[in-house]
Design a protein. Structure first.
Length: 263
């Protein structure tokens, strides 16, 4: 059950960082068939979940998804109640193969997750993971910073040398939209065509990638940059990373960074 152990450790870390309080946050992870076979019988369908949007692009794929109303802090000690493994059976159906032992169901944000997986897979065939978290300083920034994605990207790039290296494509930012609804899923997925990370104003962050380490590291780096921004807000800045410095960094690390922001 290596996949379960890996994911529950990440969920526990997110909780301990105070980035997923109570039942805040959710996760979905594409599992390989051999990983699923280590955990359960892939032919044993427990029950189904229906969705009214098109899942055709994902048919045949397996997903590990956190349950609705579940606390990240409980996933490590009791994964079978707090997580579920599902197969996309057809264009509108997820079949539960393991988990949700107390009768639960996938997170209410599952439609947003699945739509994001579709868009990320179109641009990166090795994509596997979506994590929604509530990093404190990222949320703080949405109260005191404009919500222009290019402005956010430039300011976070300039907070620390690491930023442009970790997220060269930048950060997308959405205004406040009702969570759990259709609109936020559509708009987040649209941003995922170009970005791996999308900020929800006054709410949190959607981050994606190929591995748990990659996605967790992306969240850490964005939150650290936001923390530096908030801690220096209101102080006189005597020096900072310049546009020229960022371009020099991009050349040194051979980064395909988002153009039109610093050049």
């Amino acid at each position: 059950m290596k996949a379960i152990e890996e994911i529950t450790e990440i969920l526990d870390l997110l909780y301990k960082h105070d980035w997923d309080e109570r039942n805040g946050g959710n996760l979905s992870y594409i599992l390989k068939e051999e990983e699923v076979k280590e955990i359960c019988d892939i032919n044993n369908e427990i029950r189904e979940f229906k969705y009214d949007f098109d899942l055709s692009y994902l048919v045949g794929k397996y997903f590990l998804i956190t349950g609705t109303g579940k606390y990240f802090k409980n996933c490590l000690k009791d994964p079978e109640n707090n997580l579920g493994i599902m197969k996309v059976k057809d264009a509108h159906t997820l079949s539960l193969l393991w988990g949700y032992n107390d009768g639960g169901r996938p997170t209410s944000e599952a439609p947003t997750h699945l739509k994001c997986h579709i868009e990320r897979l179109k641009v990166d065939s090795e994509h596997r993971l979506v994590i929604h978290s509530h990093p404190t300083n990222v949320i703080c920034m949405t109260h005191v910073h404009d919500l222009d994605s290019n402005h956010w990207t430039e300011d976070l790039w300039k907070m620390q040398t690491e930023s442009i290296v970790v997220f060269p494509e930048g950060i997308a930012v959405l205004p406040w939209i009702l969570c759990g609804g259709e609109q936020i899923g559509i708009e987040t997925a649209a941003k995922m065509q170009e970005y791996r990370a999308v900020v929800w104003a006054q709410h949190g962050l959607f981050a994606t990638g190929r591995t748990p380490d990659e996605v967790y590291g992306l969240i850490e780096t964005i939150e650290k940059a936001a923390q530096i921004y908030m801690m220096t807000l209101g102080y006189k800045h005597y020096q900072s990373i310049t546009n020229e410095n960022l371009i020099e960094l991009a050349k040194a690390f051979n980064l395909n960074y988002r153009h039109g922001i610093i050049d």
